[in-house]
Design a protein around this ligand. Structure first.
Ligand code: SF4
Ligand code: SF4
Length: 313
């Protein structure tokens, strides 16, 4: 008999019909909470573990309804703006439905693994016809290991193929129980140099690199895709890419190495969360730049590379 799957998790959102997060059409389940603080993070609303609210000040007419609705006294109107005391905000979202201008965006909701599986299973027909399945992303999905495991197990018991996208910044004890449920692991190496990695993300890469090697040695059967976001002037030095190639070259489960172009799609969310975006001066690289870096890497690593959404065998 199937277990009840009552563990509760904090879900950021579901995105449907993705073609970039594994085979076929993917339903991507984004979980909240991440131990890293990558300077270029494009989903800052996924970083905090608890539900939180964003506000679009341009839509706000200062009607004061949200201030009155907040049971925790977290809101006030000061200097012609709604001010959120994020220490007091409990993420209850009582302020969301009262806003006449839809100026408040809720980020995060609590749900059981069973509810999440039910939501994912709505797309079973698309998975069947496209060879797709579930991809759990974040945030860092391994930050909610019990919930993650129950969702994966629930999906697998229905015949839904599963993948995860993880920074692999987690103790091995949290990773190992997950591996039997996945057919594909997407993981990132954001910089091969431990000190530069720490400066860019807040944590050095020793645990991540060790976990990737251990996953590669595991008896479980799954493929690995390593991804590196290329941020011009930040982590694109040829010397570092060659060192990265030396690390990646020996991985037996590697399907391919993917380079992702830096983009600025999350910058509006930083404004809603009233957070500073520190890479504001950096512009996305063009396709030629990406291809040149990927080819340099490929020459050193001798592995299949994906860049600009094209595989180079
Ligand atoms: S989410 Fe809840 S606690 Fe936070 S500001 Fe809105 S009403 Fe107040
Ligand atoms: S309810 Fe909406 S429009 Fe009114 S003050 Fe709050 S955010 Fe602004």
């Amino acid at each position: 008999m199937e277990s009840p799957r009552k563990t509760t998790g904090t879900v950021l959102r579901f995105e449907r019909s993705s073609i970039y997060d594994g085979d076929g059409l993917r339903t991507v389940l984004f979980l909240k909470g991440c131990p890293l603080r990558c300077l270029w993070c494009s989903t800052p609303e996924s970083q905090k573990f608890e539900p939180e609210r964003g506000i679009t000040h341009e839509k706000c007419t200062l009607c004061g309804r949200c201030v009155k609705a907040c049971p925790n006294g977290a809101l006030s109107i000061e200097g012609g703006r709604v001010k959120t005391d994020r220490e007091k905000c409990a993420g209850c979202f009582h302020c969301v439905p009262v806003c006449p201008n839809s100026a408040i965006t809720p980020y995060g909701t609590l749900m059981t693994a069973e509810e999440a599986v039910r939501e994912i299973a709505k797309d079973e027909l698309f998975f069947f016809h496209s060879g797709g399945g579930l991809t759990v992303s974040g945030g860092e999905p391994l930050s909610q290991p019990e919930f993650l495991k129950e969702v994966l197990a629930g999906c697998r018991s229905r015949g839904i193929e599963c993948a995860i996208e993880s920074s692999f910044c987690a103790p091995w004890e949290k990773i190992e129980p997950i591996l039997p449920y996945i057919s594909l692991l997407h993981t990132d190496i954001k910089h091969i140099d431990p000190e530069k990695h720490r400066k860019l993300t807040g944590i050095d890469n020793a645990q991540i690199l060790d976990n990737i090697k251990r996953a590669d040695e595991s008896a479980c059967s799954f493929g690995i895709v390593i991804r590196t976001p290329l941020i011009p002037g930040i982590n694109d030095e040829d010397e570092d890419l060659i060192k990265l190639a030396e690390y990646v070259r020996g991985l037996k489960k590697l399907r391919f190495m993917e380079f992702l172009a830096y983009h600025r799609l999350g910058t509006e969310t930083y404004k809603r969360l009233e957070k500073e975006y520190v890479l504001d001066e950096i512009q996305p690289p063009d396709a030629q730049f990406m291809r040149e870096k990927a080819l340099l890497f490929k020459k050193a690593a001798g592995v299949t590379v994906k860049v600009n959404n094209v595989l180079i065998e």
